[in-house]
Design a protein around this ligand. Structure first.
Ligand SMILES: O=P(O)(O)O[C@@H]1C[C@H](O)[C@@H](CO)O1
Length: 318
């Protein structure tokens, strides 16, 4: 007879679960969620669909953050794939995120842009938020530029600054969640992954060189990013806490994508556009809002495009 579990329900047969496909079943039993869509073979189908629809074979990908998607419209000889047409893809629901995979040439170099990303607050589990990165890997991507809009917590930061991310704090990880939680897919990477040096030093130095050549060093900073779940902006007390923890910029994305990119061996460069100053003072009526985030991103559009183009040229020439 099966042993009785919590609340008199049948307990999972752990021995049976531990043999053959057990992790997947255990995940389903313990969390009530299914990792069905996560299967390697389904990701291969997404990748093959995209490869079949384009002649481009990029090695560099760019994830465009809030308000930064117009970079994708710069690509020449573009092939565009709305997410709803790509097998097994989630859909993007946020204003300022177009929801397309775009492949084409940026200054003559083949790249792949995610014009709009997925966020946990849209209701997606972290593995799903970051599954396009695995699809990119299967398409041949080896280097990735991850961008986001973020609130500037460091008092020295101004709206319009560009913070090269040198490290992050994975708050979801503190709470036991991760895009790598559940069965490990060895074909992508190892069960246990180191995250020091997640943000590639060589790519960061090459990006500084690009910023210097464009005369952007006045607005370039280097700092620590934290992802919170959102969609609420932070309270004053939360921001004061994050400041004590050494956070420079606060956002709602990027970390799961970077974890998954590192897991499958990609080199990562990431930056935050500071779209608003975090409010750490109770004596103000100012309130952060998504419209100001998009507005600030639009105002810095031209510089960002030039910067990304130069970085991509340098990455390709490495
Ligand atoms: O996709 P990113 O991280 O650039 O977007 C940020 C975080 C929220 O989605 C939104 C808040 O305004 O902007």
């Amino acid at each position: 007879m099966a042993p009785t579990g919590i609340n008199g329900r049948e307990a999972p047969d752990v021995q049976a679960l531990a043999s053959g496909g057990g992790f997947m079943c255990l995940e389903q039993t313990v969390t009530g969620t299914s990792d069905h869509d996560f299967r390697y073979e389904l990701l291969e189908e997404s990748a093959q669909f995209l490869l079949d629809g384009t002649k481009h074979r990029p090695n560099i990908a760019i994830i465009c953050g809030s308000g930064l998607g117009s970079l994708a419209t710069e690509l020449e000889e573009r092939d565009e794939f709305p997410y709803e047409t790509v097998p097994h893809f989630p859909v993007s629901t946020v204003t300022g995120h177009a929801g397309k995979m775009v492949l084409g040439l940026l200054s003559g170099i083949p790249v792949m842009c995610m014009q709009g990303r997925f966020h946990a607050y849209e209701g997606y589990p972290l593995w799903k938020v970051s599954m396009p990165v695995r699809v990119m890997k299967l398409m041949g991507i080896e280097q990735i530029i991850v961008t986001n809009a973020a609130g500037g917590l460091n008092e020295k930061y101004n709206v319009g600054d560009i913070m090269f991310i040198k490290d992050h704090i994975n708050m979801q990880g503190f709470a036991g969640d991760s895009p790598l939680r559940g069965r490990n897919e060895e074909r992508f990477g190892p069960r246990f992954l180191c995250m020091n040096n997640a943000y590639d030093k060589e790519l960061r130095s090459l990006a500084r060189e690009a910023a210097q050549q464009l005369g952007l060093m006045d607005i370039v900073k280097e700092g620590v990013y934290v992802m919170l779940g959102g969609p609420t902006y932070e309270t004053v007390a939360e921001l004061r806490l994050l400041s004590i923890l050494g956070v420079d910029a606060v956002g709602m994305s990027t970390v799961p994508e970077v974890i998954v990119a590192r897991h499958c061996g990609m080199k990562v460069f990431a930056f935050s556009l500071i779209t608003n100053k975090c409010i750490t003072d109770y004596e103000t009526d100012l309130e952060p809002n998504h419209a100001e985030v998009i507005e600030a991103a639009n105002a810095r559009q031209k510089d960002l495009k030039e910067l990304v183009k130069k970085i991509v040229s340098k990455m390709a020439a490495k």
